[in-house]
Design a protein around this ligand. Structure first.
Ligand code: NAD
Ligand code: UDP
Ligand code: UDP
Length: 320
């Protein structure tokens, strides 16, 4: 490929779970990738296979500080995503979403880059409408333990739309629903990684509440397809656009599938439901289907198999 035609793409949070898969895909299609990450929850292990690629560069940097680079497109993913991680230093979580968005939007404005924001289904809070469409305003507790993440992401959306209206920036805002796959953190407390690790170790599977709360789980390759469809789609669609898998499962059903696929001897153990834990979550993806022609294709069983294989290898190598 002609070097001059290569797009220079900045991925913040590129050493994390979703970011590392995105960096990989962008490199595969011939872009130059600049991965910016402070390695708070991301690791070099996630991108070690990319480090020797001359079209890939890692910069260790915290997005709450200004960043001066020359790029054509920006994917803003930097932010801890699991409750354990984002509640570890809640003030830094809000700063990462808000100051990080301001800095990346300022950068996009200066270099006239198109900019993508990894927003979240958490902007809907504990929703009273089901499934959630993009025009639902949400029900977030602004002073609860999840607020640093939820309100930080809501404020980032506000900033994206104000830069769009005020400075004519081309923005792409995705509201991401629960996503799983290889390179999830083994101990970040997320339900898919928890259940798989517990099952592989034949330890009790911890169900919070009675396990009847629901989630819709999207496999990572489908989600990255969605990011690219939105970013490369028509500029008249700034979003927000829901991206997720609309097939809904209860947490108990997930536990049963994981036990079945791993052949584990684990039993179910019931624990108290965390505060503000949403009882139902399911994306309405009609907008993404109609305007992007995107929908997930990987079934939960298939995605779980690949994720189980990843964790199995990881646990075997850590046992030596
Ligand atoms: P992750 O924790 O694996 O990745 C986040 C990355 O951001 C990490 O590499 C971390 O080190 C980096 N980071 C955190 N704070 C930073 C800072 N101040 N400066 C620079 N880098 C920083 O999480 P993920 O699951 O890959 O999530 C990526 C994005 O997608 C996040 O913005 C998250 O809110 C969003 N999202 C994810 C999900 C999901 O199910 N995984 C759902 C909704 C939204
Ligand atoms: N910024 C940045 N990189 C750039 C340009 C701007 O990090 O290439 C930061 C800058 O530090 C500023 C923020 O983005 O705080 C917002 O920039 P903007 O130009 O919108 O606002 P202003 O500089 O007027 O505050
Ligand atoms: N959950 C569970 N056991 C666990 C971890 C999580 O029952 O070991 C539940 C949790 O209470 C929630 C759902 O699984 O209802 C999804 O939790 P996760 O933290 O993965 O995502 P989020 O709540 O952000 O959707």
């Amino acid at each position: 490929m002609d070097y001059a035609l290569r797009k220079r793409v900045l991925v913040t949070g590129g050493a994390g779970f979703l970011g590392s898969h995105l960096c990989e895909r962008l490199l595969e299609r011939g872009d130059d990738v600049l991965c910016v990450d402070n390695l708070f929850t991301g690791t070099k292990d996630n991108i070690v296979h990319l480090l020797a690629n001359p079209h890939f560069e890692l910069i260790r940097h915290d997005v709450t500080f200004p960043l001066y680079v020359e790029v054509d497109e920006i994917y803003n993913l930097a932010c801890p995503a699991s409750p354990i991680h984002y509640q570890h230093d809640p003030v830094q979580t809000t700063k990462t979403s808000v100051h990080g968005a301001i800095n990346m939007l300022g950068l996009a404005k200066r270099v006239k880059a198109k900019i993508f924001q990894a927003s979240t289904s958490e902007v809907y809070g504990d929703p009273e409408v089901h499934p959630q469409t993009e025009n639902y305003w949400g029900r977030v507790n602004p002073i609860g333990p999840r607020a640093c993440y939820d309100e930080g992401k809501r404020c980032a959306e506000t900033l994206f739309f104000d830069y769009h209206r005020q400075h004519r920036l081309c923005i792409k805002v995705a509201r991401i629903f629960n996503t799983y796959g290889p390179r999830m953190h083994p101990n970040d407390g997320r339900v898919v990684s928890n259940f798989i690790v517990q099952a592989l170790k034949n330890e009790p599977i911890t169900l919070y509440g009675d396990g009847s709360q629901t989630r819709s789980f999207c496999y990572v390759s489908d989600m990255i397809d969605g990011f690219l469809c939105l970013m490369d789609g028509l500029d008249d669609l700034p979003g927000p656009v829901n991206l997720g898998n609309p097939v809904e499962f209860s947490v108990r059903q997930l536990a049963e599938q994981v036990i079945d696929l791993t052949g584990s001897r684990s039993r179910l153990e019931f624990r108290p439901l965390p505060q503000d834990d949403p009882s139902q979550r399911q994306p309405d993806i009609a907008l993404a289907r109609e305007r992007l022609g995107w929908e997930p294709t990987v079934q939960l069983r298939e995605g779980l198999r690949a994720t189980i294989a990843y964790f199995d290898t990881m646990l075997s190598s850590s046992r030596g």
